[in-house]
Design a protein around this ligand. Sequence first.
Ligand code: DC
Length: 219
Amino acid sequence: MMKIAIDGPAGAGKSTLARLLAQKMSFVYIDTGAMYRALTLRAQQKDIDLQDELSLCEMANSINIYFESQGGVQLVFCDGEDITEAIRSPEVNSNVSIVAAHPKVREIMVQKQKNMAQCNNVIMDGRDIGEQVLPDAEFKFFLTADLNERAKRRALEMERQGYYSDINDIEINLAKRDQMDADRKVGALKILEESIIVDTSQFGVDEVLAHILSIIGEE
Ligand code: DC
């Protein structure tokens, strides 16, 4: 089984690229950010205090998060409910890093992710994939882009989902999230010695895809 890890900050293009790569290579795509988002959504719906690690762990252990492909679109489900759109709300955006910072929550999520990867060729994107989830991945990419460029992309993505936000606010939110993701004790966002760094600031999706395929040897 082959494993490909894609880590990097929010808005660098990880999920777009991972999805395309998975299609091209007939691999399973696992969006680990969506899993932390699903837990955040459920915790907010159940009024769980996001600092209450124990309750979050209980919830993480009891919910079933999974992905399904329908007509080329990857949907996210939690206990039978399609939450694909709900997990992209501004409320989830602002709170997901708080949930993802709890070490014990991460332990549970990492184990779920390892299980998902066990019997499949996978492309997984997130923050700690190369270090914690797939340490023996054949390829570990670190995708990045300038903060301003990432904010522009996030604004477009949100617009498509019907949310309108000031670009400066998005930039502040992304920077705050990056800081929290990079500063936490476990599973922090970081470049590894073996990371292949790809800066996507100046390139379109097709160019980045071609570049990565050439590295993997699949062009
Ligand atoms: O990639 P994303 O924006 O959907 O990720 C949502 C949040 O989840 C982000 O703030 C960082 C966190 N995350 C994480 O801590 N570890 C991962 N493997 C994936 C995401």
